[in-house]
Ligand binder design. Structure first.
Ligand SMILES: O=C(O)C1=C[C@@H](OP(=O)(O)O)[C@@H](O)[C@H](O)C1
Ligand SMILES: C=C(OP(=O)(O)O)C(=O)O
Length: 426
């Protein structure tokens, strides 16, 4: 597919709903008592996998096209699926669902696509086994398909997380809601806290202090109305496009600004981006972001910042190709086990366009102020790599051909439609 080109970018966009919150809204809705109404659900492949999975586990879910209504059944109300549950490309669905299924009385098989079959599951298997569930991967290794036999008498645990991962933390918390006693989790670095926030939103009790989280189970939750803000990880594509394409100005409305997710804003500001935050809504944790063409400086990104912008790193690498100086990204080895190895895929594809970018063991080194040229590139079947390459095409102003653009529907089905709205050809 030939990617879109532009002379400059201008306009206003309402980015799609937050993917992390959308998955969790179905999950909490299913586990709570009573009805949960979800407004602005993300109808993208990953979240539809979660929705379908819970239908197969016997949860009544009704979508009138605007609002999704989930009739909660509680973990004891889930019923065995008649068949293996397909979770497609979604790591979040598989890992969080394992945490939920850990508290059931039955066995479930979870299968995914080729990409998901290569994603490590030991990180969730290990704590869930300690809590009393029986979990195994294909041929007794840690890779999907996964088989899980739940245990209605789960034990609480104290768990030091070896990786900074919101998915692992969330899987443990879902299981802890059904374990009798105190579960304590110590994070390696703070990761996105949507699960903790939604436990409180759904009437549960959870305590946090920096990297430490305590939850006393069992707990029952109450159905809620969930209004999902726009996804900052989707807004990020436009932030980078607006900052790097000359004479541009883009307004992004209703973007989620939970501080565990706003690393991209902090890093872009540090780089000198012309980025303004307005219309802050503190209740819904959302705001408008205005980005204008910017003069950028290189940065070093590492440590506790990494989980706050993990999904935006391929895009930040692209941004760094246009900044003054050498940008270094380190401590980001988690990027190797996403939908694809995002360190290698980012370096390989941007090199094809003329970028001076080197993959390292745990990140990337990018020399700035390089002109990008046209090329034939591939998404590697990874939605975020595909979208990053469309932004690279806007910067290059030369013809770029993208192989496997379909992957983009995993998180952002209307991506090209939204880009078309702001592309201005003189
Ligand atoms: O919990 C979540 O919703 C997510 C957590 C992150 O994964 P890890 O927990 O594996 O870092 C992130 O990369 C993913 O896109 C969504
Ligand atoms: C890593 C991602 O998602 P998941 O882990 O749910 O597949 C992502 O959306 O970039």
């Amino acid at each position: 597919m030939e990617l879109l080109q532009t002379n400059y970018l201008q306009g206003s966009i309402e980015v799609p709903a937050d993917k992390s919150i959308a998955h969790r809204s179905i999950m909490f809705g299913a586990l709570a008592e009573g009805k949960t109404k979800i407004r602005n659900f993300l109808r993208a492949q990953d979240c539809l996998s979660t929705l379908q999975a819970f239908k197969e586990l016997g949860v009544p879910i009704y979508d009138d096209g605007k609002t999704i209504t989930v009739t909660g059944v509680g973990v004891e109300g889930l019923t065995p699926s008649k068949q293996r549950i397909h979770v497609g490309n979604s790591g979040t669905t598989m890992r969080l669902l394992l945490g939920i299924l850990a508290g059931t009385s039955f066995e479930t098989m979870l299968v995914g696509d080729v990409s998901l079959n290569n994603r490590p599951m030991q990180r969730v298997m290990s704590p869930l086994k300690q809590m009393g569930a029986i979990v195994s991967g294909k041929n007794d290794n840690e890779f999907p398909p996964m088989k899980i036999k739940g245990n209605v008498k789960l034990s609480p645990i104290e768990y030091y997380m070896p990786v900074a991962s919101a998915q692992v933390k969330s899987a443990i918390l879902f299981a802890a809601l059904h374990a009798k006693g105190w579960t304590k989790i110590i994070e390696k670095e703070p990761s996105r806290n949507h699960t903790e926030e939604m436990i409180t939103q759904f009437g549960g009790k959870i305590q946090t202090d920096g990297k430490v989280i305590w939850l006393y189970g069992p707990q029952s939750l109450k159905g809620q109305e969930v209004i999902i803000p726009g996804d900052i990880s989707s807004a990020a594509f436009f932030l980078v496009a607006g900052a790097t394409v000359a004479n541009s100005e883009i307004v992004l409305k209703n973007v989620g600004i939970n501080p565990t997710r706003t690393g991209i804003i902090d890093v872009m500001k540090q780089m000198g981006a012309n980025l303004e935050i307005t219309d802050k809504d503190l209740i819904n944790q959302s705001a408008s972001l205005t980005i204008k063409s910017s003069c950028l400086q290189a940065v070093t990104i590492k440590g506790a910042m990494i989980p706050r912008l993990i999904d935006e790193l391929p895009l930040i690498a692209l941004l760094a190709t246009q900044a003054q100086g050498t940008t270094i990204i380190k401590d980001a080895q988690e990027l190797k086990v996403k939908e694809t190895n995002r360190i290698d895929a980012t370096a390989y594809e941007l090199q094809k366009m003329g970028a001076d970018i080197q993959a390292t063991q745990d990140g990337l080194i990018i020399q700035g102020k390089t002109a990008l040229h046209g090329a034939k590139v591939s998404s590697h079947g990874d939605h975020r790599i595909g979208m990053m390459l469309q932004i690279a095409a806007l910067i290059s102003r030369e013809s770029v051909d993208l192989e496997n653009p379909e992957a983009i529907a995993i998180s952002y089905p209307n991506f090209f439609k939204d880009i078309k709205q702001i592309v201005k050809r003189k």
